[in-house]
Design a protein around this ligand. Structure first.
Ligand code: NAP
Length: 308
């Protein structure tokens, strides 16, 4: 039988919420570990510039902010394991966690597993992923210097990424399904002020075309009903995120896939807490994720202390 590690608290997910929860857990003197699939940093690490995180008057790149937070966690004494959590089940008063490494037995678990980029789910998208289709502008934007590209979506992420890409590419189309952006007004204004950015309104991508590399997308205008072809060399998809809750779907109360919590970050199961983008919340930001992480660790501390 594989090794089982006993912990008071296991935190799953190495983004802003998880790193914060893990730091607080250490400071509360809890025997804890942070499980993070791959390097810590989460979604934030892929953001080009963050202008609304307090304390950085000139903004900060997502990579730098998360490198600093990871360093701070390490300095605090957070123990991190690079493993993927696959399943969770109750074991008496405790929770058993199965991973692709060791198994864990925990009195409390804090889920900070965030969300993954939503797919368009149209023909050609999967086949041309990595061949012109991307879900991360800051990761792949560099490859499109002086090219013609498009980004799908009208939210804050899409528009921030479009503005970032406009500095690199020759021409950037924003393909949005409505006639109004969802993004904050300050970002929408910047789109208007950027010469090589053009919004294609009321339109959805119905097909991604190309053999080995992307060549064009087929667009459907939802108002006029017309179909058209847009030639391009890269397509960035930025249409929101889906919560990474598959492995707890049978265990916890969810709403649209997101974990339902109370204001103490407690889920529908005793001893399981959730923080950050993965939970039902009115605002998904780094500021709210770190706040959630701190509250979740405080709740886990109380929960564990009462049972010692
Ligand atoms: P989001 O706000 O949910 O926006 C998703 C965008 O994609 C929307 O414009 C939506 O269209 C569109 N969309 C969704 N499904 C689609 C589909 N199947 N086909 C075509 N278009 C589709 O997601 P997000 O921009 O990633 O932001 C996530 C959260 O993080 C938000 O709360 C956001 O405010 C926050 N955030 C904040 C900042 C900041 O404050 N600087 C930066 C990044 C993210 P509709 O508009 O028609 O729904």
């Amino acid at each position: 039988m594989s090794e089982v590690q006993e912990r008071e608290v296991v935190i799953i997910g190495g983004g802003a919420a998880g790193l914060t929860a893990a730091m607080y857990a250490v400071r509360y003197g809890l025997n804890s570990v942070l499980l993070t699939e791959g390097a810590p940093g989460g979604q934030t690490a892929t953001a080009a510039t963050i202008e609304n995180y307090p304390g950085f008057p000139d903004g900060v790149s997502g990579a730098e902010l998360m490198a600093r937070l990871t360093q701070q966690a390490e300095n605090t004494g957070v123990e991190m394991e690079s493993v993927r959590a696959n399943a969770m089940e109750r074991d008496g008063e405790r929770w058993q966690l199965l991973t692709d490494g060791p198994s864990y037995s925990a009195a409390a678990v804090i889920l900070c597993v965030g969300a993954s980029p939503r797919r368009l789910k149209v023909p050609g998208e999967e086949e041309l992923f990595g061949h012109g289709v991307s879900y991360c502008a800051t990761c792949d934007g560099f490859f499109y210097r002086d090219r013609t590209i498009a980004i799908v979506g009208g939210g804050n992420t899409a528009i921030e990424e479009a503005l970032y890409l406009a500095d690199i590419a020759e021409k950037v189309y924003v393909i949005h399904r409505r006639d109004e952006l969802r993004a904050d007004a300050v970002l929408a204004q910047r789109v208007e002020d950027t010469d090589n950015l053009e919004v294609i309104w009321d339109s959805v991508v119905t097909q991604v075309n190309g053999d080995d590399l992307i060549e064009s997308v087929t667009l459907h205008n939802q108002k006029t009903g017309e179909d058209s072809t847009l030639k391009l060399e890269g397509l960035f998809v930025s249409i929101g995120f889906e919560p990474n809750t598959e492995f707890v779907a049978d265990l916890l109360e969810l709403e649209d896939g997101f974990i339902v919590t109370d204001q103490r970050m407690a889920t529908s199961q005793p001893g399981i807490f959730a923080a950050g983008d993965v939970r039902v919340t009115p605002l998904r930001q780094i500021t709210t994720a770190v706040g959630d992480g701190a509250i979740a660790a405080d709740s886990a501390h109380k929960y564990v202390s009462e049972r010692r």
